[in-house]
Ligand binder design. Sequence first.
Ligand code: FAD
Length: 388
Amino acid sequence: MADNSNSPHVLIIGAGLAGLALAQSLRARNYTFQVFDRDVSEDNRSQGWCITLHGDLLDSFARYFPSDMPDLNMVDHLYGTGIETSSAVYHASRNLLKELVRFGTKLGNRQIRANRGKLRSWLMSNISVQWDKQFVRYEEDASGVTAYFQDGSQFRGDIIVGADGIHSGVRAQLVPEIQPGFLPMGVICGELEAPKEQYERWMQLGTSWVSAFSADLRVTYLVSSITEDGKKAKLYWLFGWQDEDALKEEFWTTKASREEMHQFVLSQLPKLHPQIAEPFEATPVEGMVLPPLRLCDMLPAVLPAGRVSLIGDAAHSMTPFRGQGGNVAMADGMSLARLLNEKGANQSLSDVLRLYEEEMRPQAMAAVLESRGGAYEANAQTTTTKAS
Ligand SMILES: Cc1cc2nc3c(=O)[nH]c(=O)nc-3n(C[C@H](O)[C@H](O)[C@H](O)COP(=O)(O)OP(=O)(O)OC[C@H]3O[C@@H](n4cnc5c(N)ncnc54)[C@H](O)[C@@H]3O)c2cc1C
């Protein structure tokens, strides 16, 4: 391992996918860093959904992460079940169920469909996160930067990286004018546990995730885990509908009760093919996820020069419909660590951060725009294998 004892000390705000990918890549290069998160512990928040880790990201993990990482296959949402991952997009109006595209390892796509909670735990391997540390502000001067936290503590570093998600406090101080914008689509999320005879029927359409378009609806359900004895599966879903009112700050879901959300979803199900509608119909009122997800996105901005930068959703955010947000977030973390390592000896920290941002911006911009399109178009998917 390289001796990077004179390397910059990196303060990472946020132990999500981006922050932890950065931390692992720094650990691999023997850099010193600290990771802070406002959560009180690793599992105090549901990480309900799954994300698809695409082939190029898997290559980057192999290249940039330390060699002592545990087996990544264990994060697969179907690990140990012997079921191969397959996902599909359908046109699913009341009387028509037509497969449009299909993906999955069964079709030769190199990917892992990761249970998000397990992925986060994997990314935390051999990293000690400082929990219950809510970032409040930073102060930057010629020799370094200090991060201040809600509990009164403060930490000094050479750079601060805001990996604190879509509502980033680091971004709010760095570029207060940059904020995510709402998109004209309402979304309600739900979770349920289903017995074998139900989940097996639903998985006939796709073992990992099933997405469907019908009239103004765009719905997705996914299997996030199956119990070891196979008797039950946990599912997560997103129920989306086109709605100009969703552009408003005070869209009705913002203050809706679980009962109101449940009623709304049930009232829309007749627009869907009954086979697709089943998991939504089977979800009890308590399964409605709060706080409600608001569909929004944000293009990456040019950041002021200095000792502070952003990665992941803090820098750019996108709709979940192309399955790219988490992949891009982790790629950001790895790029930043790579550039610190490659350029840090000869260039100022501010220059290295600028190089990272110049590399990140065009890639993130393309992903944000593609993901926006993916909310409304069935075929707007990357790495697809067309169904015959
Ligand atoms: C329903 C859904 C499905 C998705 N599906 C996919 C998919 O299939 N594929 C994909 O690639 N992406 C997917 N995404 C997107 C993906 O989850 C995000 O892009 C990804 O989580 C971003 O990672 P991040 O580390 O930037 O932010 P986050 O994961 O949000 O992590 C931010 C961290 O910062 C912490 N934090 C926040 N504020 C503070 C503070 N003030 N002080 C300290 N800590 C703080 C938070 O506690 C959190 O741990 C999906 C998203 C949703 C909502």
